[in-house]
Ligand binder design. Structure first.
Ligand code: ADP
Ligand code: ZN
Ligand code: ZN
Length: 698
């Protein structure tokens, strides 16, 4: 093809150019033939060559000389084009979360795809496994559904609205997902299902259950895969070979040409919201994706024992269809709540005597206990009793956490690490003391309190710990979980990691030892998070009714608090999520908070806090005449609660509106102005800024 070949057509190609590059992300190239939209291509970009997606033909611009338009270098015909539903999904995500289309679209593809040449691709495709047949002969027996489960499956199949499966922990939700998927695959020999989970490594059982049922028809997409695996799995989904994709939030962008069912398990989990790049919510995009696919019969189910208040509200208002499964499958009664009033305990009590006695009694009977403390390390700070010095991070507005195992002080925000000083750096006092308690210290205290106990078989009791520190080594997480399952660990101490969907069978007591911080946190979502955490943690106990009955035991949730009369505990005692949700939603309605309003955060980071704040003020000024402005409240820029991280000062500006379209219109019109706002004298040192639509954390 010569540069001026009149026969060549012009094609619009989407490339990964961020909006602020000024380049645009839809570029025009020439090709010797028309390309179907969604075709993957390689194109020259500056002096590089990059992967792009043909987005459609574009009319030749008569003012532009053909030789100025560069030709497409490679056309990846061997791959089916990304279909219209996929292109629509990434375009929507880019619009809604205020990023460039190219950024979102290319980031949604496996990174290894960008590095391939067409020859390498060809080789991969011929090597790829042949189409996997769905398993009809099941290696595992399939249980008959209970009436409640059968109703749930029918509702998922019938409802064009998203189904909110409100099912207690252990009520059989996973079995519902499995059988809804099985029926779909049996009905439609090409259909695909997408199953989203919060963190795949924390719920290995779910993957095992899907594999046991569907074998090789299952593939996975998550960040623990190697780049080559991720590419291979992505290709299997894209080419329709994988019938079920099980993955974390990134999997919501998988190319699934025959997608007919989306499951969002534990839909309340905050990890569905991305905290970097396009800050998308995979749950919300799943709902959008299913809605777009509804004409083809695509369905979506959001499952949780403790739905996000946004989802609960959507069900209350009729946008979602709620299906309840209240009873625990073969489970014992819901744990009885035991509150320890810390006001009647000596100051600084780690484990109140009645709680310790209850744990001891259980261990003596061969039962297990979980002890929850949502803070890792030995102590959150060390301090000098004489002058008041505290271990602060030199780079962050945060304390250095004391880790006793290696006698280090570590910042959990920037990673800064230091030795524990011999003496107070300010006054020389040799007597520095840890303040407060983390999981490391709790493990130590439990070991000294319970370590001498014996199990019924005479072997010593074992205490284990699970948090980000102990889970760091490869395979450590799985080993600890296995040790709980096998009974090698009797008491498991840990952060919220231990509360996730594990199906432990012999736990009869769950305790939360330090709850009050979350009760009065400044973050208005804190009560929702705490209630969810305690409900989920409680759900780890009494999962096997036969075991509990044979033990002649009771199942208990212990909470140590100085505020036992807090209404949250009344709802928890009754295991009454609905009452809790109603009360929270009432408060939010009164205060005009989400879901009764919609929010976005503009965040700015700079070397100097003043520069970040000044930039946000300029940004606010630039919004005064924008569409939607009359319906959107712009609050004054403020430093973030954790102002400084790694030497960078952070500030934010909150936007709020009762009308989502008004907020969206304002944001869309605002973005181009923000991109040109950098050069002000008082904003020198601005490092970067970002917008967060529907923020979860402040
Ligand atoms: P959830 O996902 O709500 O926590 P699961 O689907 O894991 O619940 O079910 C809890 C337990 O009950 C699991 O051990 C599961 O194998 C079992 N189970 C689920 N449904 C049935 C059923 N219909 N018959 C027998 N056992 C079931
Ligand atoms: Zn001192
Ligand atoms: Zn730090």
């Amino acid at each position: 093809m010569s540069p001026a070949d009149p026969a060549s057509t012009w094609v619009e190609v989407v490339v990964a150019a961020p909006a602020h590059s000024g380049l645009g992300d839809r570029l025009t190239y020439r090709c010797d033939r028309p390309l179907p939209a969604g075709t993957l291509v390689r194109v020259p970009l500056g002096r590089r060559e990059v992967l792009g997606i043909a987005w459609g033909p574009t009319p030749a611009d008569p003012t532009c000389a053909p030789e100025q338009v560069r030709p497409v270098t490679e056309v990846w015909d061997a791959l089916p084009p990304l279909d219209a539903d996929w292109r629509d999904l990434v375009a929507f995500a880019a619009r809604y979360y205020q990023r460039s289309l190219g950024e979102v679209a290319l980031a949604a593809l496996p990174p290894a795809l960008r590095e391939l040449t067409s020859t390498q691709l060809q080789r991969r495709l011929t090597r790829a496994a042949p189409a996997a047949a769905p398993c009809a002969d099941h290696p595992t027996p399939v249980p008959a559904l209970t009436p409640a489960q059968a109703d749930a499956v029918s509702a998922i199949e019938a409802s064009e609205r998203p189904v909110l499966l409100f099912g207690a922990t252990g009520s059989g939700k996973t079995e519902v997902y499995l059988q809804a998927t099985a029926r779909l695959l049996a009905r439609d020999p090409q259909a695909q299902a997408l199953v989203l989970v919060p963190e795949i490594n924390l719920t290995p059982q779910l993957e095992q259950r899907f594999r046991a049922r569907f074998g090789d028809a299952v593939t996975t997409l998550h960040s623990r895969l190697t780049p080559a695996q991720r590419l291979q799995h992505w290709l299997a989904a894209h080419r329709g070979q994988a019938r079920i994709v099980l993955g974390t939030r990134m999997a919501v962008f998988a190319s699934l040409p025959r997608l007919r069912l989306i499951v969002v398990d534990e839909e309340h989990d905050p990890s569905y919201k991305s905290q970097e790049g396009a800050r998308y919510s995979a749950r919300d995009l799943a709902v959008y994706r299913a809605h777009r696919g509804s004409a083809d019969g695509c369905r979506v189910v959001l499952g949780s024992a403790t739905p996000a208040l946004e989802s609960w509200h959507a069900a209350e208002s009729g946008r979602y269809r709620r299906v309840d499964m209240a009873d625990r499958m073969g489970g014992a009664d819901w744990p009885r709540l035991r509150l320890v009033d810390l006001r009647h305990q000596p100051r600084g009590t780690a484990l109140a005597p009645p709680l310790l006695a209850a744990i001891e009694a259980r261990l003596a009977r061969g039962e297990q206990a979980l002890v929850l403390l949502n803070r890792r390390g030995y102590a959150p700070v060390i301090a000098c009793g004489d002058c008041g010095w505290k271990s602060g991070c030199p780079h962050c507005s945060a304390h250095l956490v004391f880790h006793k195992a290696d006698r280090s002080l570590r910042c959990h925000h920037c990673g800064h690490a230091a030795r524990v000083p011999r003496a107070c750096p300010d006054c020389g006092n040799l007597d520095l003391a840890p303040l407060g308690r983390g999981t490391e210290q709790l493990e130590e205290q439990l070991t000294s309190a319970l370590g001498a106990l014996r199990r019924p078989d005479g072997s010593p009791v074992r205490i284990g710990r699970l948090d980000a520190d102990t889970a760091r080594a490869a395979g450590a997480l799985e080993r600890t979980l296995d040790a709980v399952h096998s009974g090698a660990i009797d008491v498991l101490v840990g952060t919220q990691m231990i509360a996730k969907g594990h199906d432990f069978r012999r736990i009869t007591l769950v305790a939360s030892v330090n709850t009050d911080g979350a009760l009065f946190a400044s973050d208005w979502r804190a009560p929702e998070r705490l209630f969810t955490l305690l409900m989920q943690a409680a759900g780890r106990a009494g999962r096997d009714a036969r075991f509990v009955a044979a033990q002649d035991s009771t199942v208990e949730l212990w909470v140590q608090t100085a505020y036992p009369e807090h209404p949250l505990f009344a709802a928890l005692a009754r295991h009454d999520y609905a009452a809790f949700a109603a009360q929270q939603l009432q408060e939010r309605r009164t205060a005009g908070m989400p879901p009764y309003s919609h929010q976005a955060l503009l965040r700015a980071e700079a070397r100097q806090l003043d520069a970040a704040l000044a930039w946000l003020r300029h940004a606010a000024d630039a919004a005064h005449d924008l569409p939607g402005r009359a319906h959107v409240t712009l609050y004054a820029p403020v430093p973030m609660t954790l102002t400084r991280v790694a030497g960078i000062e952070r500030a934010q500006l909150l936007l709020e509106s009762p009308h989502r379209p008004a907020l969206q219109a304002l944001l869309a019109a605002w973005m181009p102005r923000l991109h040109t706002l950098r050069a002000h004298a008082d904003t020198r040192g601005l490092a970067r800024w970002a917008i967060d639509v529907d923020p979860l954390s402040f």
